[in-house]
Structures are given as structure tokens and as C-alpha cells.
Design a protein around this ligand. Structure first.
Ligand SMILES: *Cc1c(COP(=O)(O)O)cnc(C)c1O
Length: 234
């Protein structure tokens, strides 16, 4: 299967799932997760129309998309998001090359990004990550943790909140997966009530194996790696 065919197939499945769930297809963005994939694969996804890419490592993303500072041609019209946990010493580089940090998972990351982005004219969008429990390591543990994180972000001029992200637990039990997604939706409702002036619109949830459930539970951004690019060697 080619990358373009895979993307078309996913777009069809997203469309069908949205119709069944009574949602508009335009409410769900498809991100191509290009970690461990080379520039040629990324180029194929780009040529098939993808304009939102996700990478989990800062250095890899920098090499692939922005060797110096500007975006490599033809990728100057894409959105590039960080979806992997951010180390403090990579925060500066991350703030320079990503359009959004989805994986804001602990207070130190907020503090470090806040310092780095202090003088910016346009703030850097972030999503706050909710830990879905089970074997998942990253993310704020619960809604209280997200509320405190939101307060921290609100005190920083260089950052702006765009919503929430989560990773479902690694299990084939659909009930647990659905629970993780509905939890993020609930958190969104609570945070919208507590911080009505912030933007909680984005719910980044759903990957190759569980994006249909995520869409049924309200996802607005699905992060697809394997189903677009095939398996990863690593
Ligand atoms: C790798 C990764 C994905 C994509 O996973 P697939 O199962 O290959 O679609 C999505 N989100 C995050 C945070 C990831 O690290």
C-alpha cells in the first residue's frame, strides 16, 4: 500500500465514523506522525495533501523539517507539532521549530517553555497532556493537575492553551480505551467551565488502532503513524 492510498483510506474511515457519530468530517484533523520515517515518506504524505505533521523527538524533527531555522521546501505551509515528552534542555529548540507543543506533561516543561517564549509577539500554542493511567508514564495525573497546569500557563505571556491531548492505555480492551477518551472530553468540559477565556477546542486523541473510538468520543485531532507510513523498525 502506498502512503497516498493509506491516507485516502483513513480519510474515508474518518468520514464514515463522523457520519455515524453525527459529527462533521471537518471537525477532525488528521495528523501524519512521521517519527522514524524519512523525508521521502514525509514528502509522499505532503503530496497526498497532508499539512499537519507530528514528531516525537526534537532533534529528529529539526533535521527533517528545519535544518537551520526556516522550514525546508516545500514544507513551509505545514503545521509541525511535538507529540513526545520534552526534555528541559531541548525546550529552546522545540519552541523554535514547532507550531504547537502537544505533549506538555509536567510543570517543569511549562516553566522552561515560559522562560524561553517570554519575549515572543505571538505566543506558542500548547496542549496539556492528561495521563490515561495504566502503563502510561507521561501527563498530568487528573483534572486537578490539569487545572494547576492551566493556571501556570495563564501566568505566562509567551504560551497559549489550545486544548488537551491524551494517549489511550496500551491494551486491546476497547472499554478501557473509550474510557480514557471520554475522560479527556470530561476534563475539557470542566476546564472550559473554570477557564472560559482560554481555548480548549482541540482534543488530540486517537492513533492508528483506536481513532474511530476517539472520534466517537469527541476527538478533533487524530495522530496517525503506522496506518499511513506502515510499521516502524524501532
Ligand atoms: C507514535 C505516536 C502516535 C502514532 O501512533 P500509531 O499507532 O503509529 O498511529 C500517536 N501519538 C503519539 C503520542 C505517538 O508517540
Amino acid at each position: 500500500m502506498s502512503v497516498a492510498k493509506n491516507i485516502n483510506h483513513i480519510m474515508e474511515e474518518v468520514g464514515e465514523t463522523c457520519v455515524r457519530a453525527g459529527r462533521k468530517t471537518s471537525e477532525v484533523q488528521i495528523m501524519a506522525v512521521s517519527k522514524f520515517k524519512d523525508l521521502q515518506a514525509v514528502r509522499q504524505a505532503y503530496d497526498a495533501g497532508v499539512r499537519l505533521f507530528g514528531e516525537s523527538r526534537v532533534q529528529e524533527a529539526a533535521e527533517k523539517f528545519s535544518p537551520q531555522t526556516g522550514r525546508l521546501e516545500p514544507f513551509n505551509d505545514i503545521q509541525l507539532h511535538l507529540i513526545g515528552s520534552l526534555q528541559r534542555n531541548k525546550a529552546k529548540k522545540a519552541a523554535a521549530i514547532f507550531d504547537c507543543i502537544q505533549s506538555v506533561d509536567r510543570t517543569e516543561v511549562i516553566e522552561e517553555l515560559g522562560k524561553i517564549t517570554h519575549g515572543r509577539t505571538t505566543p506558542l500554542p500548547v496542549l496539556l497532556e492528561l495521563n490515561a493511567g495504566e502503563d502510561s508514564k507521561s501527563g498530568f495525573p487528573n483534572t486537578d493537575g490539569l487545572c494547576r497546569a492551566a493556571e501556570n500557563v495563564l501566568g505566562l505571556k509567551g504560551l497559549t492553551i489550545n486544548g488537551l491531548m491524551t494517549m489511550a492505555p496500551w491494551t486491546d480492551n476497547d472499554r478501557l480505551v473509550r474510557h480514557a477518551f471520554s475522560n479527556l472530553k470530561k476534563a475539557q468540559q470542566i476546564l472550559t467551565g473554570k477557564f472560559p477565556d482560554s481555548n480548549w477546542q482541540t482534543l488530540s486523541m486517537g492513533m492508528s488502532g483506536d481513532f474511530k473510538i476517539a472520534i466517537q468520543e469527541g476527538s478533533t485531532l487524530i495522530r496517525i503513524g503506522t496506518a499511513i507510513f506502515g510499521g516502524r523498525a524501532v
